[in-house]
Design a protein around this ligand. Structure first.
Ligand code: HEC
Length: 112
């Protein structure tokens, strides 16, 4: 009886933790989408490039995107627009905005 009750308690905690985790992921994506508004003119809110010289961001790895933004921020990588934009992003901004762009699902069609 006591063991059963303990099991139920553990189960309840696991459910609660997974709900908390899921809502945190959603909150991150919401914050990322909001941050992506300042990228949208060039990269689109959908991560598909809107100007000829900007790359698509949709579906790229989070690690890769974050590394590029940090390289722009530190000056290791230089670009007249991106260096200025990245200079205004803190680590949290980079985490949420790259989570947003990498969570976008892309599908491809190979040329015939
Ligand atoms: C005014 C247009 C513009 C805006 C706004 C802009 N970008 Fe860019 N971004 C560019 C261009 C152009 C490049 C290509 C840089 C190069 O040629 O080296 C680029 C490159 C990047 C790259 C490197 C991608 C790769 O594969 O190398 C990342 C990541 C990126 N931008 C993220 C962002 C994020 C996140 C925002 C918003 C916070 C943003 N950019 C806002 C124009 C823009």
């Amino acid at each position: 009886m006591a063991v059963n009750r303990r099991r139920k308690l553990v189960l309840h905690w696991l459910i609660l933790l997974s709900l908390l985790f899921a809502s945190e992921v959603r909150a991150d994506l919401g914050a990322g989408k909001a941050k992506a508004k300042m990228c949208a003119a060039c990269h689109g809110i959908d991560g598909l490039s809107k100007v000829a010289d900007a790359p698509n961001l949709a579906g790229n790895g989070e690690l890769y995107l974050a590394r590029q933004l940090k390289a722009f921020r530190s000056g290791e990588r230089k670009h007249p627009q991106m260096s200025v934009i990245a200079a205004g992003l803190n680590d949290d901004d980079i985490a949420v905005v790259t989570a947003w762009y990498s969570a976008i699902k892309v599908s491809v069609e190979l040329p015939q």
